[in-house]
Design a protein around this ligand. Structure first.
Ligand code: GLN
Length: 308
């Protein structure tokens, strides 16, 4: 088996030198400030060893990767009842599309497109004030990432609120069908803030351990969720984690993964490792361009694939 540290170092060096880096998201103006030259990678093994390369300790906006953590918390709160309000099918449409909501009576296709994640946020908000719901999300992430300093980038949250007209339409549309039940302003506020959480690759890879290791964090001896639930969240990451690029991600990388428009990707090789990569330039579908290429190389070199 090839040496993991050598491969991670090689990937970090090649990605740093790559000239075709995709385009940094600019529809959230604050995200435009990040340099496309950044590249980070972190891999965490079962026994807690951390192999890192490039800008692995620089925090970035996790954006839609936060949806994995809110889904975990919402399932903890309402269990399978969640599936009355959110579907489990890939959408084949862009992450911010509204088109299916009309045909499907306000029920979003899956918890990772924006509409689905907003419905999940509404579940976390129910019976809570926005501040409490956000506190719960942050506490969870800080615990699984083992870092109490993880915080929300307020400038990013504000920037998204000022330009989030599409997300506001999605939330209002679902409110009309009773899929969103709370106050739309509050739901959006919590959603924008959890998307604006800043984390480094190292912290994100740590945070993904419970998905990689059957719902547990082996080195902490902590049970986070049941093995069954971890398996199902992984299934959703594989089928829906990259929106209308999910098929291609499964084809080229072969691991469950969740992307965000900040350029991060969290991926897991179940039973083996949790991985985070970051490169801010995106492809046409809003997924990190070099992030995918780096994961493809890593998974191929190490022969990590859920497909055998
Ligand atoms: N906060 C972003 C949005 O709602 C998340 C999108 C993403 O990361 N794909 O548009």
């Amino acid at each position: 088996m090839p040496d993991l540290s050598t491969i991670v170092a090689e990937i970090a060096a090649t990605m740093r030198a790559e000239t075709a880096r995709g385009t940094v998201a600019d529809y959230i103006p604050e995200l435009r400030r990040v340099s496309p030259d950044r590249f980070g990678i972190a891999v965490v093994t079962r026994d807690g060893e951390e192999i890192v390369g490039g800008d692995a300790d620089e925090p970035f906006s996790i954006q839609s990767i936060s949806k994995v953590f809110t889904l975990t918390l919402a399932l903890g709160r309402v269990g399978d009842g969640l599936w009355k309000r959110v579907g489990r099918e890939p959408s084949g449409d862009p992450f911010n599309s509204i088109v299916q909501l009309e045909h499907e009576r306000g029920i979003p296709r899956n918890p990772f497109i924006n509409a689905g994640a907003i419905a999940v946020t509404d579940v976390l908000l129910s019976g809570n004030r926005p501040r409490e719901a956000l506190g719960e999300i942050l506490r969870f992430i800080r615990f699984v990432a083992e870092d109490e300093a993880i915080a929300i980038d307020e400038a990013v949250a504000r920037s998204e609120r000022e330009t989030g007209f599409l997300n506001a339409s999605l939330a209002n549309y679902m409110r009309a069908f009773g899929v969103v039940q709370g106050q739309v302003e509050h739901v959006l506020g919590v959603y924008f803030h959890h998307c604006a959480i800043a984390m480094s690759c190292r912290h994100l890879a740590r945070a993904g351990r419970y998905l990689a290791f059957n719902g547990r964090i082996p080195s902490l001896e902590a049970g986070i969720i049941t093995p069954d639930r971890a398996r199902r969240i992984n299934a959703l990451m594989l089928t829906c984690g990259h929106y209308d690029g999910s098929g291609d991600f499964a084809f080229s990388v072969g691991l469950p993964g969740k992307s965000g428009v900040g350029g991060g990707v969290l991926a897991v090789a179940p039973g083996t490792v949790s991985i985070a990569v970051w490169s801010p330039g995106l492809d046409a579908k809003g997924n990190s361009l070099l992030g995918r290429i780096a994961l493809e190389r890593l998974a191929r070199a190490m022969q990590w694939s859920v497909f055998g």
